[in-house]
Design a protein around this ligand. Structure first.
Ligand code: GLY
Ligand code: MN
Ligand code: MN
Length: 441
């Protein structure tokens, strides 16, 4: 990824300034980058930067640490990065080095990563609250703990040691929950390309084809737009759709079955998250259509609740109610809808939540409850809406024509000052629209 342009640098600087303000003058943030992970022997998985680190810096290298030190005379934004190394760069690629961290990424000061060990004591001394998430960075936890212990020793003679270690969820993650215009631009792009990838998958699907081949159509569409998968793609034909995290993508596609695809492309760190469920031969059967219409109605009703001021628990309540009414209408369950929900009976066919925050992480950061109560929607939040019904093969007491049907419909929705904005409307979901698209294959 190229170094940030001037406008992007200003965006990162504004994000850091907001975090510094939230931390207060006696806070210090220590945010390590991701590390490279071995796939097998000496091959690595493709590097993916830590989302907090990326959000604050745009810096795409491993083995780095970002420090925000409010009021520090030598600069508030410090970076500790890999040293330039001509030999390693020939093998593994370019490095910015400390000079690049300053000139290209706007650090006030930058050092090679080994320097951090030496500087930690000075950085932590006199700071009351340290914004560092213990337990997530095994290489830094013991070092930071040891330095704090040393400062406590010295503090008997004056220097104050930190008293609070604060996880990032009440500051940085609250900030990440409300997307800026710059972020929304990237998210819209990810959603648009992902919608096109789902359209392409529908057009490429044929009885006798293979789940992996359809996945390849999706991935081709991501990669030709400089994107990767934001999470492992789920391409499940027939009863594979009833396995919520099906990832083998290994089965042949049968005439008469549905195909569920849950796939999202990631652009500059921001992922989309779309699910569609469509007929492999292009026409929904009667039973498939009956179940599909229930899920679609639930999804549309849930989407309508994503307005500023509504409780963020509303989509799930509304979807659960609509789905459970549908379960009764289809004969999957019997009884009073509210009682069935209160007793959790609907979970046999709808066992997951209706949505999650979306952004740099597919299950993005941001609290769902404040003081134990569901928070309200605010403009700039992005949430998925993804109800489904899953009728496992051989389910007793259920009409066999429904057996093995698994359907989920998922869109990504922006909360605005007005009506909810569906960012993923570029891929059809109404029965007639899906069938029309597939008829044109
Ligand atoms: N693709 C993951 C999810 O829908 O939550
Ligand atoms: Mn999904
Ligand atoms: Mn999702």
């Amino acid at each position: 990824m190229p170094a940030p342009a001037a406008a992007e640098l200003a965006e990162y600087a504004a994000r850091r300034a907001a975090l510094i303000k939230a931390m207060g003058p006696d806070g210090l943030a220590i945010i390590p980058s991701a590390r490279e992970v071995i796939r097998n022997r000496d091959s690595h998985y493709r590097f993916r930067q830590d989302s907090d680190f990326l959000y604050l810096s745009g810096f795409q290298e491993p083995d780095s640490v970002l420090v925000l030190a409010p009021g520090n005379q030598d600069g508030e934004f410090l970076m500790f990065v890999r040293a330039r190394d001509a030999a390693r760069e020939i093998w593994d690629g370019r490095r910015a080095g400390p000079e690049g961290a300053v000139s290209q990424y706007g650090a006030d000061q930058a050092f090679v990563i080994d320097e951090l060990d030496k500087q930690l004591q000075g950085l932590l001394s006199g700071r009351r609250r340290v914004f560092y998430t213990f337990g997530e960075h095994p290489e830094w936890d013991p070092k930071i703990a040891a330095v704090v212990r040393e400062i406590r020793e010295v503090s008997r003679r004056g220097a104050a040691a930190p008293t609070d270690f604060v996880a990032l969820e009440t500051t940085l993650h609250e900030q990440r929950l409300i997307k800026t215009e710059a972020e929304l631009k990237l998210i819209r792009h990810a959603c648009q390309v992902t919608a096109g990838a789902h359209v392409r998958a529908m057009q490429a699907t044929q009885p006798g084809g293979w789940e992996w081949a359809v996945a390849a159509e999706i991935h081709h569409e991501f990669e030709r737009h400089d994107m990767q998968c934001g999470y492992g793609s789920i391409v499940g034909g027939g009863e594979n759709a009833c396995i919520l995290h099906y990832k083998e993508n290994e089965s042949q596609l049968n005439n008469g079955d549905l195909l569920l695809i849950d796939a999202g492309g990631e652009y500059r760190g921001y992922t989309a998250d779309i699910t569609r469920t469509f007929p492999i031969n292009g026409r929904y059967s009667g039973a498939q259509k009956e179940v599909y219409e229930v899920v679609l109605a639930a999804q549309l009703a849930a989407i309508a609740t994503l307005t500023a001021g509504n409780a963020s628990s509303r989509p799930h309540e509304v979807a659960t109610k609509a789905l459970t009414e549908g379960m009764v209408a289809l004969g999957l369950l019997e009884g009073d809808v509210d009682t069935l929900i209160a007793e959790g009976k609907h979970r046999q066919f709808y066992m997951h939540g209706t949505g999650h925050w979306l952004g740099l992480d597919v299950h993005d950061v941001g609290r769902y409850k404040l003081d134990g109560v569901a928070r309200n929607f605010e403009p700039g939040m992005v949430m998925t809406v993804e109800p489904g019904l899953y009728i496992a093969p051989g389910t007793e007491g259920v009409d066999p024509r429904f057996h093995g049907i698994g359907i989920r419909i998922e869109d990504d929705v922006l909360v605005t000052g007005g009506a909810p904005e569906v960012l993923t409307s570029g891929v059809p979901k109404a029965v007639a629209e899906v069938e029309a698209l597939m008829a044109g294959r």
